[in-house]
Ligand binder design. Structure first.
Ligand code: GDP
Ligand code: MG
Length: 349
């Protein structure tokens, strides 16, 4: 393996180049972030891996693996990242319990492999949640069905997966030997990430695609000082060209701020809702509900409506700020107390 990385192989594209001034083109070096530590950033640039000082005035919490940046390699105190370029896509999550804080998981991912198995793990609601998440992040989703080598009937799972969203490619495979089944997305300049529940074969597939052998045990996060591998710890080179981003946060992604992604995943229901008589229709018993009419006519599956509504509730709750959550709790407490008062009044106590 060579230690140099032509820009195009790293994922450099015209929409990044357009963000540079002529002066920056002449004096600075584009680099792709491969690991982010508290006071230090690892990056890959055409001449090889670099350890960079963070930009003045920018917290490393605002930098993600996969980000493109510009570094100045001519400084006396060592190379420094000067600024980040605008991302094509951002995978982020709300930091648990802290309200609006966003934690960056990965940047500039082109394709999200949503991994599920041809067995009891297969769950349409979970797949739709991941589709919404991918679309909210501006990443193209692909459904990967692992364990397709295990009988009885992988083709049936493929049909079920295709029925969830006809626009999304479905690829059944054996994660231990994917061959070139994912080569449309795993090629020079492309960046992919894997998402799926535990046990579906993400590590197995990552190992097969990278040719690396990753321990299945968790990697310790804070002991990386001084350790350097050619490709950094979270940006892995794919055997067929391209990159796999595998940050610990990928495993804990959940839905938040995904309204647009949910609308895109359920665009049929979203369009119908626009035709309801009431703008705030709940699609239950309201008169003039276009969604219920479609269910009556047999063109919409009521289970799909239930999954859509559940995802929207989940997204709303996960997206609200701490102040909104408190307001919701207060309103709930008020309603509960009022209900209890009514109940005791009825009982005459
Ligand atoms: N037969 C078969 N076994 C698989 C496949 N994918 C994963 N496995 C096995 O399933 C188990 C869990 O896989 P792993 O990669 O650790 O799942 P992860 O938790 O998603 O990373 C391991 O024993 C794998 O060997 C597959 O496509 N076919
Ligand atoms: Mg794993």
């Amino acid at each position: 393996m060579t230690d140099t990385f032509p820009l195009a192989d790293l994922g450099w594209a015209p929409d990044f180049l357009r963000q540079l001034t002529l002066d920056e083109i002449a004096t600075l070096t584009p680099c792709r972030i491969s690991a982010v530590h508290r006071n230090r950033i690892e990056a890959l640039c055409p001449t090889g891996p670099l350890s960079l000082l963070p930009p003045a005035g920018l917290s490393t919490a605002e930098i993600a693996v996969g980000d493109w940046g510009l570094c100045d390699c001519g400084l006396s105190d060592g190379p420094r990242l000067l600024r980040l370029l605008t991302r094509r896509s951002t995978l982020a999550r709300r930091a648990a319990g802290t309200g609006a804080d966003r934690q960056l998981i990965a940047a500039n991912v082109d394709t999200l492999f949503i991994v599920t198995s041809c067995n009891a793990d297969f769950n349409p609601a979970r797949i739709e949640r991941y589709l919404a998440l991918a679309r909210a992040a501006a990443v193209a989703p692909v459904l990967v069905l692992t364990k397709a080598d295990i009988p009885p009937d992988p083709a049936a799972w493929q049909d079920r997966a295709a029925a969830i969203d006809r626009r999304v490619p479905v690829v059944p495979l054996d994660a231990r030997a994917p061959g070139d089944s994912l080569s449309d997305w795993c090629r020079p300049g492309q960046t992919v990430a894997l998402l799926g529940s535990s046990g579906v074969g993400k590590t197995t597939l990552a190992n097969a695609l990278t040719g690396e052998v990753q321990a299945t045990a968790a990697i310790r996060e804070d002991d990386a000082k001084g350790r350097h591998t050619t490709t950094g710890r979270h940006l892995h080179r794919l055997a067929q060209g391209g990159w796999l981003i595998d940050t610990p946060g990928m495993r804990e992604l959940r839905l938040s701020d995904a309204g647009a992604g949910i609308a895109a995943t359920f665009d049929d229901l979203d369009a119908l809702a626009g035709a309801c008589r009431f703008a705030d229709c709940n699609h239950q018993t309201e008169p003039g509900c276009a969604v219920q009419a479609a269910i009556g006519a047999g063109t919409v599956d009521p289970a799909r409506l239930a999954r859509w509504q559940k995802l929207r509730r989940e997204d709303r709750i996960n997206s609200e700020t701490l102040a909104e959550a408190h307001a919701r709790d207060r309103a709930f407490g008020k309603r509960t107390r009022a209900a209890l008062r009514d109940k005791s009044r009825l009982r005459g106590t």
